[in-house]
Design a protein around this ligand. Structure first.
Ligand code: ADP
Ligand code: GLC
Length: 492
């Protein structure tokens, strides 16, 4: 055990590292729609290296059942009450890379869609929270800390402290990690009362009421022992109304327990030196394989076979968060003036999907919009592109820019949240930096920054320096895991 941890534990009269149960809606590689899954999949492995027994509890989604059913071990089942409903809760257990993952089974709630949207999603995750609370005493693993992630699991601390007094669920400490404050789980109080039997005395602005709704994430902010978000910059931003989506009051009130811990990436899954999904592998200083990946990407996506043309890429959920308005505004301007290619891999809002599909028809051989989700293709896009565009309106952390850097694709980002904390803009006077950035959420600023990147692309020395520094940056999870470990110990 690290000496620092031993000393922190001694101050709390403890000798053993805390046991941690991470609760989340998705967990890579089992289920994934975005970065939350990556974090929940990677953090426990990194914590294990520090000697912390961290386990995960997540829904047994259909996509997991399809792939892992033969490896899963059935633990037990029972029925629980969800309002007037009497519902089945199965608990399955799976061990992946030495990490224990508990899977909550109920086929009515966890079918094809990880997120059903609207009230059905409220019901899915009310059920999940209730099931988590009810299985805890029977796990044979008493967690000291329950680590909740986003609104889907944010009701756990309130349920634990108000509905299970004196029991394990109440004795545990709760850490709430906010991965995205834009999603809060807002419902009518009647619905929440019906689902989870929440006492009406908690439906006040002091507890879970916000703008006439019962707000799961707010309840989490109120009842958790500590709150963190996924970058220091976002931790400051969410104290301001522009970013906080109405939660600035509670977050300012709890500023003493609110911190930012930057995410890391899984350096084994994302490793250009050994990535089995790529047609060729590469490393800092040995970039031949990267050129081969670019060729293969162009070939597969119907882009002109030109090694010399700069290739910009995006791999993303297509939502307002990710700055698609900016892309829509200046795409034609830049595509018509510059000799460049553009590759998008993404899925999301219909209007953005349609816009990109139409753009593909306007620029045949130069622009490819692959609307869909593909893990394998994403690796090739990171590896085969020269620049990675991420002009987010807000970005709690962002993993894509870190993955891109690891694969030598130079990020072009807006200076917000984790993008600001991970990308150092190129400085033409000192030659420092590992990417490009712009400050305002402004399409023309983004276009000018893309032009600066294009200028640099024509200078081999500058470009090689950028690639070298980007690939050198250490975005592993070990540092973040140490920070989480400290937080867990502080809460004991
Ligand atoms: P967010 O969680 O907000 O979507 P992050 O940058 O934190 O953003 O994480 C996104 C993760 O999801 C990355 O691992 C990225 O490669 C992956 N991803 C996003 N969209 C797609 C897609 N269409 N196909 C494959 N992977 C995707
Ligand atoms: C959210 C955020 C993203 C972050 C991810 C993992 O999806 O949008 O910025 O990297 O969670 O924490």
């Amino acid at each position: 055990m690290k000496r620092e941890f031993r000393e922190l534990l001694r101050e709390r009269g403890r000798t053993e590292l805390p046991r941690v149960l991470l609760a989340a809606a998705e967990c890579a590689p089992l289920s994934k729609t975005g970065g939350l899954a990556d974090v929940v999949g990677t953090l426990p492995k990194a914590l294990k290296k520090l000697g912390i027994d961290a386990r995960v509890i997540t829904p047994y989604h259909r996509c997991i059942k399809d792939k892992y059913a033969s490896q899963v071990e059935h633990m037990f089942y029972f029925y629980t009450n969800l309002g007037w409903r009497h519902v089945y809760v199965g608990l399955e257990r799976l061990e992946l890379d030495g990490v224990v993952i508990y899977l909550v089974d109920n086929e009515d709630y966890f079918g094809d869609k990880i997120y059903r949207g609207g009230m059905p999603e409220g019901e899915q995750y009310s059920f999940f929270c209730r099931a988590v609370m009810d299985v805890i005493p029977n796990l044979g693993f008493e967690p000291d800390v329950i680590h909740c992630n986003d609104w889907h699991t944010a009701m756990l601390p309130m349920l634990g402290h108000t509905q299970y007094p004196g029991q394990i669920q109440d004795r545990a400490k709760y850490l709430l990690t906010i991965h995205n404050i834009a999603f809060q789980g807002k419902f009518g109080f009647d619905f929440v009362q019906d689902m989870l039997g929440v006492d009406a005395k908690y439906y006040t602005p002091e507890f879970m009421e916000l703008n006439g709704c019962a707000d799961f994430l707010k309840a989490g902010c109120v009842f958790s022992d500590r709150i963190n978000t996924v970058s220091p910059s976002y931790a400051s931003e969410i104290k301001m109304p522009y970013y906080a989506e109405g939660l600035e009051g509670i977050l300012n009130a709890r500023h003493d327990v609110l911190t930012g811990i930057i995410n890391g990436i899984d350096k084994v899954t994302f490793n250009p030196k050994a990535d089995p999904t790529l047609p060729a592998r590469f490393d800092r200083g040995h970039l031949k394989g990267k050129a081969a990946c670019k060729k293969s990407l162009q070939e597969q996506m119907g882009l002109e076979q030109r090694p010399d043309v700069p290739l910009f890429a995006m791999v993303t959920r297509m939502t307002e968060q990710k700055g698609f308005d900016l892309v829509a505004c200046v795409l034609d301007d830049i595509m018509s003036r510059e000799d460049m290619q553009f590759m998008l891999l993404g899925t999301g809002d219909e209007r953005f999907e349609k816009f990109m599909a139409a753009a593909e028809r306007r620029y045949p051989g130069r622009l490819c919009a692959y609307i869909g989700y593909s893990e394998t293709l994403s690796h090739l896009v990171y590896a085969g592109s020269d620049f990675f565009l991420m002009p987010s309106r807000f970005e709690p952390c962002g993993l894509s820019q870190m993955i891109a850097m690891r694969y030598g694709s130079i990020p072009i980002v807006r200076e917000t949240g984790g993008l600001r904390d991970t990308v150092t803009p190129y400085n033409r006077f000192t030659g420092e930096g590992n990417g490009f950035s712009f400050a305002n959420f402004d399409a023309w600023e983004m276009r000018d920054t893309m032009r600066l990147a294009l200028e640099c692309y024509r200078n081999d020395e500058i470009m090689h320096g950028l690639i070298d520094r980007a690939m050198q940056a250490d975005f592993g999870f070990d540092r973040s895991a140490e920070d989480y470990a400290r937080h867990y110990i502080w809460m004991l």
